[in-house]
Design a protein around this ligand. Structure first.
Ligand SMILES: Nc1ncnc2c1ncn2[C@@H]1O[C@H](COP(=O)(O)OP(=O)(O)OP(=O)(O)O)[C@@H](O)[C@H]1O
Length: 339
């Protein structure tokens, strides 16, 4: 275990911001703290780094309790959104800053800077001033500087959020590559669900100061514990109904199901609603073009169902607003919540 958080409670400005946080992380894992604005992601990251006081609980890093240790002695390095580089210093001096403080010999420093610049694809940038760099290049320098201090855990507080989408994806991939190759234990704060799904070994979804689910990306997406978790990852369809002798019955369909008898709400993601041209019980109310995909709002009586399909469907003549189609839902694609 590399990081263990036990019953963390954190107050800020007189309010309890984190309520009872527990989290276990293995060495070399990449975890994302995901959640809406204000849920407490940055507060949790800063608490791990020692930049916030905690009211209760323990922060254990590689079997050592660190909650009472000063930030610079914890072995945790944090990269903030605003990067906090030294603008008047060269790239080399920025990256070597921590090594300089530790009085590491200059030749060794140069070697490490060169290696890190190669890793972040900024070879030859040693003598550039920070203010002569683009936003993406500054991010790379900030990353190299953080890695230069050889942290036990690297904490990233939305460092890519100021970048355009293409650069953001590139930076995410670079970080993931460095993390894997060097087996760095890393926590990323993000409110971008796609970034979290693509990069993480595990995602801790935080809402209102609690971790409401902690799982690998596939599990958190396909087996959400609650509607709150399911809805965080996108729009969904819900059907209230009853399971009776292994059949789930709603006003709109019946389907085999292995739940015990009782009342449930079935959740079906739009991508799992398949359009069936051989049926005609739903009317196509609206088609929204999204590039590779289309979102289709279907209507039957008062019930609306959202489907997401490949934009290829648009080439079919029958696929027009006002026309009638059916839907196919697969048993294994349904998530049931007890009601
Ligand atoms: N220094 C502070 N004093 C008082 N309240 C604070 C302080 N820092 C943060 N908070 C409050 O704590 C809550 C959580 O803030 P935090 O920055 O951790 O959220 P976040 O999930 O990282 O949000 P965002 O995605 O917008 O950065 C917010 O309600 C915020 O107003």
């Amino acid at each position: 275990m590399s990081l263990k958080l036990e019953n963390l409670k954190v107050n800020m400005g007189g309010n309890e911001i984190l309520h009872d946080i527990n989290l276990d992380m293995n060495s070399g894992e990449f975890i994302s703290l995901l959640g809406p604005s204000g849920c407490g992601k940055s507060t949790l990251l800063k608490t791990i780094a020692g930049l916030n006081d905690l009211q209760e609980g323990k922060v254990i890093l590689f079997d050592k309790e660190i909650q009472d240790i000063s930030p610079e002695k914890r072995g945790a390095v944090i990269v903030f959104q605003d990067l906090r580089l030294f603008p008047h210093l060269s790239v080399e001096k920025n990256i070597a800053f921590a090594m300089n403080l530790k009085k590491i010999n200059k030749n060794e420093q140069k070697k490490v800077v060169k290696k890190l610049l190669r890793e972040v694809h900024l070879e030859g940038f040693e003598n550039r001033k920070i203010k002569e760099l683009s936003g993406g290049q500054m991010q790379r320098v900030a990353l190299a500087r953080a890695l230069a201090s050889n942290p036990k855990i690297l904490l990233l507080d939305e460092p890519f959020s100021g970048l355009d989408e293409k650069l953001r994806i590139e930076m995410g991939q670079l970080v993931k590559k460095l993390q894997r190759e060097n087996k760095i234990t890393m926590i990323l704060v993000t409110h971008d669900k796609n970034e979290a799904l693509q990069l993480s070994d595990k995602i801790a979804l935080i809402m209102h100061g609690d971790i409401i689910q902690y799982d690998n990306p596939y599990k958190i997406y396909t087996s959400p514990y609650s509607k709150e978790v399911a809805n965080y990852f996108g729009k969904n369809n819900y059907f209230i109904g009853k399971v009776d002798n292994k059949i789930f019955k709603t006003e709109h369909f019946e389907i085999k199901c292995n739940k015990k008898d009782g009342n449930y709400e079935a959740m079906i993601r739009p991508a799992n609603v398949i359009i069936d041209n051989n049926k005609n019980d739903f009317q196509i109310k609206e088609i929204t073009y999204l590039g590779d995909f289309v979102e289709i709002t279907l209507k039957k009586d008062k019930k609306e169902v959202l489907a997401k399909a490949s934009a290829d469907l648009l080439s079919k003549d029958c696929f027009k607003e006002g026309n009638k189609v059916g839907i196919i839902i697969k048993e294994e694609e349904i998530t049931y919540f007890e009601v």
